[in-house]
Each structure stands twice: as C-alpha cells, then as structure tokens.
Write a protein of this length. Structure first.
Length: 171
C-alpha cells in the first residue's frame, strides 16, 4: 500500500486480516478506500458486507453483499448474504438463498459456508453436522475456525473445541 496506494486489492486483503485481528475500524477504512478507488470491485463490497454483518449492521451488510453479487454476476456470495438475512431475523429469505446456492450446479459448495448459515439461523446441530462434513471433505476454509468472528457463538461449545483439535488448531 505504501508503494502503490492505488493497488486497491492490497487494501481489500489487508482488510480481511484486520477483520480477523478484530481491528474493525482499520478494516472499514481499508475497504472504504478500496471502494472509493474502484466502486465496481465486488470483493471490496463483499468484505464490507461481511464486516457490517459482524458489527450487527445487517441492513448495510445486505446492501453491500447484494452489490457484490450483482457486480460479480455469480452466486458465490449467496451463503454470506443468507447469513446476513438470518442474523437480521429473516429466516425465510436466508433459507431460500441457501437452497438456491445448494442447488446451483456451477458453484463449489463449501460445507463451512453452509455451517455458517446454519449458525446464523441459530441451528447448532446443523452447524456441527456441516462442520464435520467440512472436516471429512478437507474444506480449506476450516483454517478460519479460530480467527473468524462469525464462529464466536460456538467458541465455548465442546464440539467446537474438539473440531479445533481434530483440525490441528490449538484451542
């Protein structure tokens, strides 16, 4: 960023690291700067949507995630949009989006993303079922278990701690 402040993709990547470090103010600064430099960058809107969701700004999250999906012209971000709707309390819309994504033939279905939708819906049994599936399928997104704030609601659950151990992450 110091070498080329216009290389906005670095800002977007830095924002993800700030989110994982729970430095939300700095993450938001990076993402807003990226969007100012390129308002049509889907990844910046996606990450800003996730940040809004983590901070409880569900309406803003939905706006940014819908922008991301529109700009990218694919359904990759549907599970995160489903999470935002679930956390906002619109479980019907969340389930509809999850089903659309699960029935899409063109996208890889990440079991960890499905688990996070169920977690947002408050369905812990389904959450852990999908996390076990993620483990069995060696879903690469499992490395985020310890750092992704979206897992906060289950951090004290013994099944979560057991999964961290199975994956090889120190609880």
């Amino acid at each position: 960023m110091e070498l080329d402040p216009l290389f906005f993709r670095v800002n977007v990547t830095a924002a993800r690291i700030y989110i994982w470090a729970r430095n939300y103010k700095k993450a938001e600064e990076q993402l807003l700067e990226s969007i100012q430099l390129d308002p049509n960058l889907p990844l910046a809107h996606y990450r800003l949507g996730k940040l809004h969701m983590i901070l409880g700004r569900y309406d803003d999250a939905i706006i940014e995630l819908e922008k991301s999906i529109h700009l990218a012209q694919d359904s990759t971000d549907l599970p995160v949009l489903a999470q935002a709707y679930a956390l906002k309390g619109n479980n019907t819309k969340a389930r509809r989006l999850l089903n659309i994504w699960l029935n899409s033939k063109s996208e890889y279905i990440s079991p960890t993303e499905v688990a996070l939708v169920y977690l947002a819906l408050g369905e812990k049994e389904h959450t852990f079922k999908w996390l076990e599936t993620a483990y069995e399928h060696r879903d690469w997104k499992l490395f985020r278990l310890k750092i992704d704030p979206r897992y906060d609601p289950i951090r004290n659950d013994q099944r979560y701690i057991d999964l961290l151990n199975k994956v090889g992450i120190k609880p």
